[in-house]
Design a protein around this ligand. Structure first.
Ligand SMILES: Cc1ncc(COP(=O)(O)O)c(C=O)c1O
Length: 403
């Protein structure tokens, strides 16, 4: 047997022992709050389908209509022959969603948020002679990986600043002589649910001539009157902002976009290797995303955001714990930090037996000793479902043996 196969066996055993081994569960039904896995019914509180659009009849119809009109595949990367007119139409619409926040906004459509993030960071780190990147400590893995790749391709300085520690960030920024500085942050922190202090970050970006990249994967569709995300919500505007929105969460499809000043987008088209060397996503998808944005910004979107907000309020009122720490979050991401991997797994298993699906999130996704249940709410959850979960968790808090 090759060395690698034996070694993998040994390393998987270690992961098992440390309760860190990940596994895949296959869902038999469409994305929704009530799902089935292997014949078992579960109430899901873990998807990012915040508005309940992932199985919406209008989007199902749009994706089928898109496939009929444009075919199923793009056929090539964007810069060869895979960029269709419907991609242009979508990008123009995506840019309009951020036009109030980014002067001369232009958008570029990507097949995933992961690719959008590594593309933007690697391309932006190539501007000028020397780049410093300032990264928020709890940033998503795709931002961290983008920085790692940037480091592999050119000489850059990386500074990680602690969660919400702006004084620490400013201290380093104020002594930085690198001409190109990039501050990178999640908009809504994906494992904690709190918002980045984007106003203050922009103030620092202005003061120290930096760019500010905001990954709003969990804000687009959810935050702001029209669902345009954190920039609309916080009414900020600057040509220093590079905005990343994803389309696989609240928008109910998949894909992502980078929106920034048109010169930044022109640079990405030249330098973002994951954009240049990857097949463009299907034009049918672009067509369906256009429909999703119309739903998000219209009356239905406003209604769904109001329902989601009501569900968040209901959950916060109904869930108080002594043994566990429900993090302070006003968004749909409502984590319950329990500490050890063992407790997180034990709680997730107990919930599973009672018909609830909330997976345990363990290191390295979250810091060591901060294992948690990452609970997410959707506009599609009913009052009864949320109240039921609150009751079940309250009972488990007293009945679950201490690990
Ligand atoms: C904050 C954040 N950024 C980026 C991504 C990646 O987006 P995508 O799933 O579209 O690759 C995710 C989650 O998947 C995320 O939570």
């Amino acid at each position: 047997m090759p060395f690698a196969l034996n070694q993998i066996d040994a390393e998987l055993v270690t992961l098992d022992r440390e309760l860190l081994r990940r596994s895949i569960r296959s869902v038999d039904t469409p994305c929704g709050t009530e799902i089935q896995i292997g014949g078992k019914s579960l109430l899901a509180f873990c998807s990012n389908d915040y508005l309940g659009l992932a199985n919406h009849p209008e989007l199902i119809a749009a994706l089928s209509e898109g496939a009929k009109r444009f075919g199923t595949g793009s056929g090539a990367s964007h810069l060869i022959s895979g960029h269709h007119a419907i991609h242009d139409e979508l990008e123009a619409k995506l840019a309009l969603t951020q036009a109030g926040a980014i002067p001369h906004a232009r958008a570029l459509f990507f097949s995933t948020g992961y690719l959008a993030n590594i593309s933007a960071i690697t391309a932006l780190s190539l501007i000028g002679e020397k780049t410093s990147i300032y990264s928020a400590a709890l940033n998503h893995a795709s931002l961290i990986d983008g920085i790692r790749l940037a480091k592999a391709q050119t000489s850059i300085e990386v500074h990680v600043f602690n969660h919400h520690h702006l004084a620490e960030l400013e201290e380093v920024l104020s002594h930085d002589t690198a001409p190109n500085k990039l501050i990178v942050t999640d908009g809504v922190f994906s494992m904690d649910g709190d918002l980045a202090p984007v106003q203050e970050l922009l103030r620092l970006a202005n003061q120290y001539d930096a760019l500010l990249m905001i990954d709003d994967a969990h804000g687009f569709g959810v935050l702001g009157k029209h669902g345009y995300g954190i920039l609309e919500d916080q009414t900020i505007c600057s040509d220093r902002i590079i905005y990343i929105g994803t389309l696989g969460k609240a928008a109910g499809l998949n894909g992502a976009f980078v929106c920034a000043h048109e010169k930044i987008i022109a640079w990405l088209i030249q330098k973002a290797r994951p954009y240049i060397y990857s097949t463009a996503s299907s034009p049918a998808l672009a067509f369906a995303v256009l429909r999703s944005i119309a739903l998000i910004e219209g009356n239905l979107g406003q209604e769904l955001r109001a329902r989601l907000q009501a569900n968040i309020t209901l959950w916060k009122k109904g869930s108080t714990f002594n043994r566990w720490n429900r993090l302070k979050s006003d968004t749909a991401i409502q984590p319950i930090v329990v500490g050890s991997n063992e407790t997180a797994l034990q709680l997730a298993r107990a919930l599973d037996q009672l018909g609830y699906w909330i997976p345990a999130i363990r290191p390295p996704t979250v810091p060591k000793g901060m294992a948690r249940l990452r609970m997410t709410l959707s506009a599609a959850h009913t009052t009864e479902q949320i109240q039921g979960l609150c009751k079940v968790l309250s009972d488990l808090e007293t009945s679950l043996p201490k690990s």
